[in-house]
Design a protein around this ligand. Structure first.
Ligand code: GTP
Ligand code: MG
Length: 462
């Protein structure tokens, strides 16, 4: 005869399978911010959770197992988890290395079996389906375009092109664009030539010492399957008027801009990012701190503009009618393993300062916000380095361009954003994975990934 407790547990199991939870996690970050490595590390951590000490579902012994699942739907390629992991772990013939930059969208579903605590010591079996999407960071900057018309975008892009170090880089494109009357019919070879000069300006701005972030439209840098399409053959015009008449260059450019938004930017957002309910915003603060104040200002504009496209706040029954809101946002300064531990809090503080206005806006809307300095894959160790001026905390690891472990001093992390000069005061060395930093059968070495996951998923695993 089954006991009443067994009976209750059976009933709870049945109810549980009807009540599986689902979280769509939006991993947001500009190009090279660390999205692909973060996703691979998060999945690997959850498949081999031995290092997730602070994740309460593990600390409380309620975690059963996680498994990768085929994505329902099936029209989007699966995130190449195994290939990324093989890059990071290395093989018999290939030393560990960072994965290549992402060139297309992919998705992954990870399902986690766990037990939810109930009254009287009972537990209910539960499943969380975690859906994750990866994409080229360049495309994220198409999101702010969705709320602009062509004339507004032109005004914004032309004003930006005149600022600071962009002025030199944009000179050729601006001269060509200025020589083309916006109110006369355009000539297609001249349009293609100026569009190519605009694209060259964006490329140059990306590679400039200032490491500019605000580079739109995203497909101009990474066209994917759209290379050469007319939808990509346009550029901002210095004197574009609203509602330009048919047959003019300004109207043709506006039509192509609208078709870019409609056919490329909006479907990317609608299909992959619009329905997320948690968000991690990955930011490579180190690169921009080293590149100087102009780099940081541009980064801030890019982050603020991108986050403006999402709906944040507490979800309620109204979400059933108007769509879910993003209830938790983690701002994560990535690659913290480039700095000694003593600097990690300072790094998170600098990110806080950079996104302060946006994060207040999201909090006011009702979202929970947290920031953290993390390393999805820790490829260095701490060390102490003797110098003529004393002993300093340093970092040891395999620099990207070296075959032997080196000890380096990253320099003094600026205490405030105002103190950033972009001179050589702070120039962290980039490292690559060493054999053993991540193994196929164990959670990866990382920094604060457990805290990050507890904030993002802790309640969904409760
Ligand atoms: N030391 C260290 N470096 C990292 C870490 N995560 C990323 N990196 C470095 O940052 C680079 C970019 O990381 P990705 O994950 O490929 O960045 P992404 O955001 O996917 O970039 P796109 O695919 O171009 O949008 C890597 O090639 C590494 O050099 C980390 O946890 N530690
Ligand atoms: Mg990537």
């Amino acid at each position: 005869m089954t006991s009443i407790v067994d009976q209750v547990e059976d009933w709870l199991t049945d109810a549980g399978s009807l009540l599986d939870r689902r979280v769509r996690l939006g991993v947001t970050g500009l190009s090279r911010a660390g999205k692909t490595v973060f996703i691979a590390s998060m999945v690997h951590h959850l498949l081999h959770p031995n290092r997730l000490k602070l994740l309460s579902v593990l600390a409380e012994g309620r975690f059963d197992a996680a498994m990768l699942q085929p994505m329902p739907g099936g029209s989007v390629p699966r995130f190449p988890y195994e290939a990324v992991l093989r890059d990071l772990t290395g093989t018999a013939n290939q030393a560990p290395r960072w994965p290549d930059g992402t060139r297309a969208v992919s998705e992954l579903r990870l399902s986690i079996r766990f037990r939810s605590p109930l009254a009287f010591g009972l537990e209910r079996p539960n499943t969380l389906h975690l859906d994750i999407v990866d994409y080229p960071g360049e495309w994220l900057l198409d999101l702010p375009l969705l709320s602009l018309n062509y004339a507004d975008w032109s005004r914004q892009a032309v004003a930006q092109a005149h600022r600071g170090g962009r002025q030199v880089l944009s000179a050729e494109w601006l001269a060509l664009a200025q020589s083309m009357p916006a109110d006369a019919a355009g000539d297609e070879p001249a349009i293609a030539h100026t569009a190519a000069a605009f694209r060259a300006y964006l490329q140059a701005a990306r590679n400039a010492p200032q490491r500019y972030s605000m580079l739109q439209p995203g497909r101009f840098l990474l066209p994917g399957e759209m290379a050469g399409a007319p939808a990509l053959t346009f550029f901002p015009l210095p004197d574009a008027a609203d509602n330009a008449p048919r047959g003019t260059l300004a109207r043709l450019m506006a039509d192509r801009f609208e078709s870019y938004k409609r056919e490329i930017a909006a479907p990317f957002f609608d299909h992959h990012l619009k329905r997320i309910d948690r968000q991690v915003v990955l930011v490579d603060m180190l690169e921009h701190l080293a590149a100087g104040p102009e780099s940081l200002t541009d980064l801030k504009t890019a982050i603020d503009g991108t986050l403006g496209a999402f709906r944040h706040g507490e979800s309620s029954w109204l979400s059933l009618l108007f769509g879910k809101r993003i209830s938790r946002v983690l701002f994560a300064a990535t690659k913290a393993d480039h700095l000694p531990a003593a600097d990690h809090q300072g790094l998170a503080g600098l990110l806080d300062a950079l996104v302060g206005d946006t994060s207040r806006r999201l909090s006011y809307a009702g979202a929970r916000i947290h920031s953290e300095a993390i390393a999805a894959l820790r490829v260095t160790r701490e060390t102490t380095i003797e110098t003529p001026s004393g002993r300093w905390p340093g970092i040891a690891g395999l620099p990207l361009d070296s075959d032997r472990v080196e000890e380096v001093l990253p320099g003094a992390l600026p205490l405030t954003l105002e103190a950033v000069t972009g001179s050589d005061q702070f120039a962290p060395v980039a490292f690559r994975p060493r054999p053993g930093d991540i193994r196929q059968d164990q959670g990866p070495a990382s920094l604060r990934m457990d805290r990050a996951l507890e904030f993002l998923l802790g309640d969904a695993l409760g």
